[in-house]
Design a protein around this ligand. Structure first.
Ligand code: GLV
Ligand code: MN
Ligand code: MN
Length: 402
């Protein structure tokens, strides 16, 4: 028997962008993402939603019920490279399924309910992040068309394949802010599983400050250049990776170097250049500021020690955002109604909720991630926990739209 409902939709989405390691590759503005959204538009239409792919590449499915501004239920279908099956996808597909559940129960919402699959939440391809949600919120009107991905494809060219243009993102801005925003997401960390909780009610979404650092050394011969005469860019980068970890522990933030490229990359050649990314996370803005200051400090000290020079370019910054107290309470009440254990917790990962939540009250529901793994093909949430998450989301929507 074919699986239907939310589990069936998750299985259907498996067709788009899966690689041989079991990871998903639906990067922003990719063909794989476009095919997935075409399938989603059909699925939304079957659920009775009126669909639109907006100028920022957001797919919006509208249930035009009741009156006033809509409750938006959103998340994203784009992934990091070889990302997981649930990050983002769960929240979008659960939103569509909630519409089906409410319709089946003859529920008549007091206000419109819109399901949104936001474009480019992850930001991995072009170093952008939260493009769709920022455009809808009116915080992003354009992006440079010449931004390039790792294959040299420009953002302008990638968007042209969708009939969209980076200088027209502003046209996605909503005429009025939504009434509220809800997002169901995997925790992407270990807290719920370790504590034996079924769902999380998110209190605050941590912010991100991301940078690209370029360290310039000098290429030279590995056999004939004494240590004292070297200007080794990779040695400097390695020291930076270790020092950032130590400073982060002291400063109570997270620091990750996820990308490191070394040039020229010869076995017998001292590295002339190292380019790396630094991703800082903290749930309060002053600690993100402190992290950025630590980076400058560390680079200056390491430059002196290793005879290298550096440049540091901010990639993006997203401010931490507390979730709305009334929506947190509604999620807790919904969890009690469903009969499951709910834990108040912070989100370490970033989400579209931190953007839309600046325009309207926002709330997030987390479900457990097996072994706390995400941004990996090993990302998993058990079927029964997916179902619990959808039930809590549906119960929260019923409370908010009664
Ligand atoms: C989004 O997935 C993030 O990097 O937090
Ligand atoms: Mn993610
Ligand atoms: Mn996500």
């Amino acid at each position: 028997m074919a699986t239907t409902g939310l589990a069936g939709d998750l299985a259907a989405l498996d067709r788009f962008g899966k690689d041989e390691d079991g990871g998903f590759n639906r990067l922003a503005w990719s063909v794989e993402l476009r095919r997935a959204l075409e399938w989603l538009a059909e699925t939304m239409a079957e659920a009775g939603l009126r669909t639109e792919l907006d100028p920022a590449g957001n797919l919006i499915g509208r249930w035009e019920a009741g009156s006033g501004a809509p409750l938006i239920i959103g998340s994203h279908l784009d992934t990091v490279e070889s990302g997981g099956r649930f990050d983002g996808a769960l929240g979008v597909l659960a939103g569509v399924d909630v519409v089906r559940r409410l319709r089946a129960a003859d529920f008549v919402p007091a206000r419109p309910i819109w399901i949104v699959a936001f474009m480019d939440e992850e930001g991995e391809r072009f170093g952008t992040a939260m493009v769709g949600s920022q455009a809808i919120a009116g915080e992003l009107t354009e992006l440079p068309a010449e931004l390039e991905d790792s294959d040299g494809v420009t953002l302008g060219a990638a968007m042209a394949g969708w009939g969209r243009s980076p200088d027209r993102l502003g046209e996605a801005r909503l005429a009025q802010p939504p009434w509220g925003y809800l997002e169901l997401h995997i925790e992407a960390g270990p807290v719920l599983e370790e504590g034996g909780s079924d769902v999380g009610a998110v209190t605050v979404v941590a912010g991100i400050a991301a940078f690209e650092v370029t360290i310039e050394g000098r290429a030279s011969h590995a056999g004939s250049t004494p240590f004292g005469a070297r200007r080794d860019a990779l040695l400097a980068a390695s020291r930076l990776v270790v020092e950032l970890r130590e400073r982060a522990v002291r400063g109570n933030y997270l620091a990750t170097v996820g990308r490191l490229a070394v040039e020229p990359g010869g076995i017998s050649v001292i590295a002339a250049r190292a380019t790396l990314t630094v991703d800082f996370r903290a749930d309060a803005a002053p600690r993100l500021d402190a992290a950025a200051a630590d980076l400058g400090d560390a680079l200056a000290g390491i430059g002196e020690l290793t005879g290298t020079e550096y440049r540091c370019r901010p990639i993006y910054r997203l401010e931490p955002l507390p979730m709305d107290a009334e929506l947190i309470a509604a999620i807790e009440a919904a969890a009690a109604e469903v009969g499951v254990r709910c834990l108040r917790m912070a989100s370490g990962a970033a989400h579209d909720a931190m953007v839309i939540g600046r325009q309207a009250p926002a709330g997030m529901i987390f479900v457990p991630s097996v072994d706390g793994i995400s941004h990996s093909p090993a990302e998993r949430t058990r079927a029964e926990q997916v179902e619990i998450g959808a039930q809590v989301l549906a119960a929260t929507v019923r409370r908010l739209c009664a």
